[in-house]
Each structure stands twice: as structure tokens, then as C-alpha cells.
Design a binder for this molecule. Structure first.
Ligand SMILES: Nc1nc2c(ncn2[C@@H]2O[C@H](COP(=O)(O)OP(=O)(O)OP(=O)(O)O)[C@@H](O)[C@H]2O)c(=O)[nH]1
Length: 361
């Protein structure tokens, strides 16, 4: 994982963004549910430790906080659809809880001793938010909001305490907890990204696998218009079994990696490229019509044919050829039918003697 991927989600793929938001949504929902139960359950502790006057005020504050948190449960279902909803949900949670913190501390303005649970609340909140897999930039924002709100609350309620060493002590504690939160969040993000890559990448060629490809295809189909077609190229190595049989599986693997690299070189970063099966590759060219797709497939076919692959054991080189089927889709296309059509076009290319490209409307 690169450092910039820890820093901001703008360096994550669209698909991973959605996956991460889905995880955040689930954890956020559990967090809200636990907070509702915890804040309500705390009434029993208040009843035990507080004097009746305080208890009378604070149980209502807890009840109102619980009621205000409740809409965040359905909101968490919207969070997984869109980053904006996620941000709104997280900051609404912070707003409600920091207001709760403010009101509960304010209730001790008469000089009564504040139970440690109330003083520790912002630190408790920072620790809890560690469960969300947020990038460092988002974590810093959350930490800044909690730190500033906590210091402002303290200053407003007891400005005297901020003139002595208490201020340094509090700032130090808040910064320590913030760092711990960001560290845990980055760890969660890393674990999620590693798992995501394991489950969506082919370990040999590092291309995406079929599962992710189909999701990407669905996404491109969804966002394309009638006048903005896309093209699919399904290709298969010719007589690949023979390469394995004659030169060994190590050579076969080398051929697969070499062809994958050639595909990436020819089509560039705009294309969506996947290892679709054992010796099958699929390329999705957004905003590309059938004729242009066919021309690009032909360029690839010639490039593969003209670049023999060297044996990793230094036992000479082999010439590889590919056959390809090309089809065009738009937003009305039914994906399974389109994939079947690409398969038929490839089959036709194979039956025409291999090492050729067949486009099918
Ligand atoms: N080395 C290696 N071989 C693989 C891998 N995945 C699949 N294969 C082999 O790919 C071969 C596919 O063979 P076939 O389906 O018979 O196709 P082909 O020999 O390419 O023949 P045509 O497709 O008809 O031109 C099989 O021998 C598989 O073992 C892999 O990851 N590495």
C-alpha cells in the first residue's frame, strides 16, 4: 500500500471507495446502536453516582441524545451509497455527541465534582471512532473537530482552568488519543485494502479478476449513453496447452505475464483489463465503438505475435498468438447476453484458424 493511499481516498479506485464506504456504513450503524444503548444505560450509573438534582436534568439530556441519535440508524443505509451521506452521518454523530458533552458538563457549573465518566467522554469518543477505516486526512478532520470542540467547551465552562497546566495536559491527552485513533483507522484501512486487493486481483499478472471486471462493466454500462458505446474484447491464447506441455508451466506463466503487460501497454490506463479465466483476457474500452475496438484488438494481436517470450530458465523463446472476439454495447445492453456474444465472436475467431480478430454486432 502506498503512503498516499493512507492519506486520502482520492487515491483509491472507485470500486474500492464504494467497498470502503460499505464497511464504514456497517460499522457506523453498530457504533450508533451501541451509543444509543450505552448512553441510555448510563442513566443507571448516573442514578447511583449523581445527586438527585443533577440526575433529574441529565436523564432527560440522555433521553434526548438517544432520540437524536436514532435517525442516524436509517441514515447509515444511505451512507453506503454515497460519500456525501457518509460525511453527513459522521459529522451529525459528532455534533450530537459533542452537544451532549457540552450540556452534561454545563450541568456541573455550580462547582459540584464532575464524575470521571463525563470528563473522559471526548477521549472515549476518539477511541470509539478508531473502528472506522478512514484515511488519515479524514481522521485528522474528525480529530480536529473533537479536539477544538472539547477545548472550547472547557474554556467556556471554566476559563480559569485553561490558564494553568490543565490546558497543556488536556491538549496533550487529546492529541495522544487523536493519534491513537488515526493510527488504528489507518490500520483498518490497510487491512481492508489488502483484503480487497487479494479478492479482486489475479496474483500472477496483477490484473483485476473476473469478479471485479464484471462490476466495472456494470458501472460503465450504467454510465454510458446510446451515443456513447463501449467495446469488449475477449481474447484467448492460441494452443496454450501446447506451450505448457512443451516448455513447462513456468514458461506458461511467463507467457501470461508477458501478454498481460503487452495488453496494458497497448490499451493504456483508460481501458479496464482483466484476466478473465486461465488463458483468457478481457478488455473493456469505454467510449469506444466497434470499428475502433476492432482496430485496437488487431494492433494488440500483431504486438503479441511480434514479441516472442523468453524462457525464465534461459531455454530460448516462444512465439505466442492470440484470438479475439470484439463486441459493442451501450446502456441498454444485457450484460450476460453481451458476454455470451463476445464468447461467440472468440469461438468464431478460433474456428477461423486462430490468430485473428472477429468483430460481431
Ligand atoms: N502455466 C499456466 N497454465 C495455465 C494457467 N491457467 C490455465 N492454464 C492452462 O491453459 C491451458 C488451456 O488449454 P485449452 O483450454 O485446451 O486451450 P488451448 O490449448 O489454448 O487451445 P485453444 O484455446 O483452442 O487455442 C490448460 O492447459 C491449462 O492448464 C496458469 O495460470 N498458468
Amino acid at each position: 500500500m502506498e503512503l498516499k493511499e493512507y492519506w486520502s481516498d482520492s487515491y483509491h479506485s472507485r470500486d474500492f471507495k464504494l467497498t470502503r464506504i460499505g464497511f464504514v456504513a456497517i460499522r457506523f450503524r453498530w457504533l450508533v446502536a451501541l451509543l444509543i444503548i450505552g448512553i441510555a444505560g448510563w442513566v443507571a450509573v448516573d442514578w447511583w453516582v449523581l445527586d438527585p438534582a443533577h440526575f433529574k436534568l441529565l436523564w432527560k439530556v440522555r433521553l434526548i441524545t438517544g432520540v437524536m441519535l436514532t435517525p442516524l440508524l436509517p441514515l447509515s443505509y444511505l451512507c453506503k451509497l454515497n460519500r456525501r451521506w457518509m460525511i453527513l452521518s459522521i459529522y451529525s454523530l459528532l455534533g450530537i455527541l459533542l452537544t451532549f458533552n457540552l450540556v452534561s458538563l454545563w450541568s456541573f457549573r455550580d462547582g459540584a465534582e464532575i464524575p470521571v465518566g463525563f470528563i473522559a467522554f471526548p477521549y472515549f469518543l476518539l477511541a470509539l471512532l478508531g473502528v472506522l477505516p478512514l484515511p488519515v486526512r479524514s481522521g485528522l478532520r474528525v480529530a480536529a473537530v473533537i479536539t477544538l470542540a472539547t477545548l472550547a467547551t472547557d474554556y467556556w465552562l471554566d476559563s480559569r482552568s485553561l490558564s494553568n497546566g490543565d490546558l497543556i495536559d488536556r491538549v496533550w491527552l487529546l492529541l495522544s488519543f487523536s493519534l491513537a485513533m488515526i493510527w488504528v483507522q489507518a490500520g483498518q484501512l490497510r487491512m481492508l485494502l489488502d483484503l480487497y486487493r487479494e479478492s479482486t486481483r489475479d496474483p500472477l499478472t496483477r490484473l483485476m479478476n473476473r469478479r471485479l471486471f464484471v462490476r466495472q462493466l456494470e458501472d460503465v454500462r450504467h454510465h454510458s449513453g446510446v451515443d456513447r458505446p463501449y467495446t469488449l474484447i475477449l481474447m484467448d491464447l492460441d494452443r496454450f496447452k501446447r506451450i505448457n506441455d512443451d516448455h513447462g508451466h513456468l514458461m506458461g506463466d511467463e507467457v501470461l505475464v508477458s501478454v498481460a503487460n503487452t495488453i496494458m501497454d497497448i490499451f493504456g490506463p483508460e481501458a479496464v483489463v482483466a484476466r478473465y479465466g486461465g488463458e483468457e483476457f478481457m478488455v473493456l474500452l469505454p467510449h469506444t465503438g466497434l470499428e475502433q475496438g476492432q482496430r485496437q484488438a488487431e494492433t494488440l494481436r500483431l504486438a503479441v505475435e511480434s514479441q516472442p517470450v523468453e524462457s525464465p530458465l534461459g531455454e530460448g523463446e516462444v512465439t505466442v498468438t492470440i484470438s479475439a472476439g470484439v463486441v459493442e454495447g451501450d446502456h441498454t445492453s444485457e450484460l450476460q447476453a453481451l458476454l455470451r456474444q463476445a464468447d461467440e465472436a472468440l469461438y468464431t475467431a478460433k474456428s477461423h484458424g486462430r490468430n485473428c480478430v472477429v468483430a460481431q454486432r
